[in-house]
Design a protein around this ligand. Structure first.
Ligand code: NAP
Ligand code: G4F
Length: 346
């Protein structure tokens, strides 16, 4: 495949970040290749507006079958696409689920990253040039935080099998970079949300419930720990930071965050308040939704990203909540009109 166009390969293209990153890269003239894992019913809802039909002739998104568990397939994919940039977004990304599926989470999130890095190593030799690599690291690495706000030099202390697996992926990227053969950067991203957020994550679970409750489609919302504090940003802002990292001549690691922290309770208050409701009337506490080990506080400092990448978050917390509630209200209205339960497939 020989063209001057820059090619990006995204694992996890069907996810929240994968879909926004695809839009961002298309807007910069990239040819985008995405890896999609096999499923009995493919989950392509977030990419529905990016099909060859909707992009027209020259539409530059190509989907390839593959899985983070399959080393041979990853190696063949990298050599076939010959990308300039690889973004590793694929993961079992739910922290709560990782306590029930720790081995699977380690295989996909930790060894999967290693398989991909090894595929890039072989791919670089075959293609004869460097491939830039982005690893989706997480603020879950900080876990039981020893200082606040967290920076690139804050010690890691993960609190879940998810966090432990992501720590391996982070360090194997750093180690490959320090070994001299990988242009690898890790984005230590704090929580980022959007109307495309999966429905099992707390923000989306809340905004979806608020919308449905306001239309009489749902009565109560069961939640776990309302006191956890998170630094919540907006996914479209954060994918821009991923791209900026790979445009640097020198690979490095960056915290991407807003620098503000709010509790799950505050998120509820704002989200219910958006539709004139009092959250205290609708929330039920379910002990099964508490985690065996919790991350109590996350608050990141984006100073390095601002100074070196020129990146800063644009969306405010209030704007984020309003955007998500409004989008879910639209979805719930369609549900109400059709008399059934809708899911946007997230
Ligand atoms: P997401 O919506 O859950 O998307 C995860 C993606 O990974 C999906 O495309 C999923 O495919 C794919 N995937 C899962 N297992 C796979 C496998 N075995 N092989 C190939 N693909 C697989 O996650 P996200 O919010 O976009 O996050 C993107 C990445 O950033 C993840 O690595 C996440 O851990 C990390 N991260 C997220 C945040 C955040 O706040 N969103 C913060 C820090 C780090 P299906 O569609 O088939 O499930
Ligand atoms: O929305 P959450 O599930 O996100 P969490 O655990 O912070 O993880 C997300 O952000 C990480 C970055 O820090 C990513 F790496 C990871 O992939 C994922 O995107 O939970 C947020 C908080 C937790 O403290 C949880 O205990 O909300 C609390 N919570 C309370 N009730 C709940 C619920 N979380 C979920 N998912 N569901 C509940 O009913």
């Amino acid at each position: 495949m020989q063209t001057d166009t820059r090619r990006a390969l995204i694992t996890g293209i069907t996810g929240q970040d994968g879909s926004y990153l695809t839009e961002w890269l298309l807007g910069r003239g990239y040819e985008v290749h995405g890896m999609v894992r096999r499923s009995s019913s493919p989950c392509l809802g977030r990419l529905a507006h990016l099909t060859p039909e909707s992009l027209g002739v020259g539409g530059r998104v190509t989907l390839h079958a593959g899985d983070m568990g399959d080393a041979g397939g990853l190696a063949r994919l990298v050599q076939e696409v010959a990308p300039h940039e690889v973004y590793n977004l694929a993961a079992q990304s739910h922290v709560g689920v990782s306590f029930d599926q720790p081995t699977y989470t380690a295989d996909v999130n930790a060894v999967g990253a290693l398989r991909l890095i090894e595929a890039i190593r072989g791919g670089q030799d075959a293609i004869g040039r460097q491939i830039r690599f982005y690893q989706a690291s997480s603020s879950e690495l900080f876990g039981r935080v020893s200082e606040s706000p967290q920076t690139e030099s804050t010690p890691f202390h993960p609190r879940s099998p998810y966090g432990v697996a992501k720590l391996y992926a982070h360090w194997i990227t750093v180690n490959s970079r320090e070994s001299g053969w990988l242009h690898g950067s890790c984005g230590i991203l704090f929580n980022h949300e959007s109307p495309r957020r999966g429905e099992a994550f707390v923000t989306r679970k809340i905004t979806r419930a608020v919308a449905r409750i306001s239309l009489g489609l749902q009565k109560k919302l069961s939640l776990g720990n309302l006191d956890a504090l998170r630094d919540w940003g907006y996914a479209p802002d954060y994918v821009e930071a991923m791209w900026l990292m790979l445009q640097q001549d020198d690979p490095d690691d960056y915290v991407i965050a807003t620098g503000e922290t709010r509790s799950v309770r505050e998120f509820c208050e704002k989200a219910f308040g958006r539709l004139g409701l009092d959250y205290r009337e609708f929330i039920e506490c379910d002990p099964r939704l508490f985690r065996p080990a919790e991350v109590d506080l996350l608050c990141g400092s984006p100073t390095k990203a601002r100074e070196r990448l020129g990146w800063k978050p644009r969306m405010t917390f209030d704007g984020l909540v309003a955007t998500m509630v409004d989008a879910d209200l639209e979805l719930a209205r369609r549900e109400s009109d059709c008399g059934g339960v809708f899911s946007d497939g997230t």
